[in-house]
Design a protein around this ligand. Structure first.
Ligand code: KG4
Ligand code: ZN
Length: 357
């Protein structure tokens, strides 16, 4: 299997990611072009701009990845590319380029589900067997699932409104965190984590525990976001802050928000563990929880989940931070896992089945 090389392409949101993995699961090269700073300037992702930037960076990112791996397209076995979910305009760029390469060099395409890739990449550096429980938390998603196999996921619950990363990003923007020089170039979630670490009195803000009465595994973060926005506004009025100023309690409010979000994520994960036990979805002898997606980079959230896992006898796994956020490696890895099992390998003659909705 050492002469197998899988090229992975990811363009579902605002990162143009690419990587090559060989048959032994070794990353030969990887490249990522992030549009983060550009979108920060506009206060959010503008789909048309994201598409233009993907178009601009797609070819150079793939070329650089091939060059760094000292490989040519002839030596690639298959192209793994994100099919869904994501921004349709962004997804289309990666898929279109993958089809172009596939036709030109007669290579099959392996379509990849972005969320499955986030979950499975944990198996790259850790010995995790099927089935396992996964908590995926990012800027676009929030879900709990049992991963039965490479392409068999059983969804247990998901967010009924927004995702945690989205809440952090929106609140960080309203708080004007990027006006603090040390936070000017990092994402909202990371800025919130760093500000929260400096808090002295987070308990001055009371925030609700969403869905406390419900026994299912769904999430809801909208109420929490609204409460935080309310406290922020209240303090802005109280202190008469102007244009670029932050409220003096900004660190405490970040900590309160992070603590409340964590409480909710832990509560739902605990519920999922109970559900798995009741329905015998996870073996009592091999309880494993994978946490992935951009928000999994958060050490406060991860530590709280670690405590839960200590109590419930679960092993907890988290990919390296670089693999938690969007990247090409997870797409190539998922491609390799599918290649080994002969799943979804689509020859050039069937490319018409790979349309982005
Ligand atoms: O997985 P990802 O790169 O893209 C999506 O698929 O959404 O996740 C990006 C999200 C952003 O919302 C960002 O604010 C959040 O992950 N994030 C964090 C941290 N690092 C990134 N949230 C909380 N704490 C962090 N340290
Ligand atoms: Zn993602």
């Amino acid at each position: 299997s050492s002469n197998i090389n899988i090229l992975g392409i990811e363009t579902s949101c605002d990162d143009t990611g690419c990587a090559i993995i060989n048959g032994n699961g070794k990353v030969l090269s990887e490249a990522i072009h992030s549009q983060h700073l550009m979108h920060l300037r506009y206060g959010g992702i503008i789909p048309d701009i994201a598409q233009d930037l993907h178009r601009q960076y797609m070819e150079p990112t793939v070329s650089k990845t091939l060059q760094d791996a000292k490989l040519t397209m002839e030596e690639i076995s298959a192209i793994a590319v994100t099919l869904k979910p994501g921004l349709p305009l962004s997804l289309a760029v990666g898929m279109k380029y993958a089809k172009h390469l596939g036709r030109r060099y007669d290579k099959p395409i392996i379509p990849i589900h972005h969320m499955q890739a986030h979950a499975l990449v944990a198996r790259m550096h850790h010995n995790i067997s099927f089935p396992f429980l996964v908590l995926l938390i990012s800027g676009g998603h929030c879900l709990l699932a049992v991963v039965q196999d490479v392409s068999h996921f059983q969804l247990l619950g998901e967010s009924m409104d927004c995702a945690p990363g989205e809440v952090f990003d929106k609140v960080a923007r309203k708080m004007k965190l990027k006006n603090v020089p040390e936070y000017s170039k990092i994402c909202g979630g990371q800025a919130v984590e760093e500000a929260a670490a400096k808090a002295t009195n987070p308990n001055m803000f009371k925030l609700p525990l969403p869905l406390a009465e419900y026994k299912d595994c769904n999430f809801s973060l909208n109420g929490l976001k609204t409460s935080v926005m309310y406290h922020l506004h209240r303090k802005e009025v109280e202190h008469k802050v102007v244009a670029h100023e932050l409220i003096p309690e900004v660190n405490d409010l970040c900590a309160a928000m992070l603590m409340a979000t964590t409480r909710h994520l832990v509560h739902r994960t605990q519920r999922a563990m109970e559900f798995c036990q009741e329905n015998k979805l996870i073996s009592e002898k091999n309880k494993q929880l994978v946490v992935s997606g951009g928000v999994a980079c958060n050490n406060y959230i991860f530590s709280a989940l670690q405590l839960l896992c200590n109590e419930t006898n679960y092993q907890i796994y988290r990919p390296f931070p670089k693999l938690c956020t969007d990247n090409g490696v997870m797409i190539a890895w998922n491609g390799l896992e599918k290649w080994k099992k002969g799943l979804d390998i689509t020859p050039v003659t069937d490319f018409n089945t790979l349309d982005i909705e």
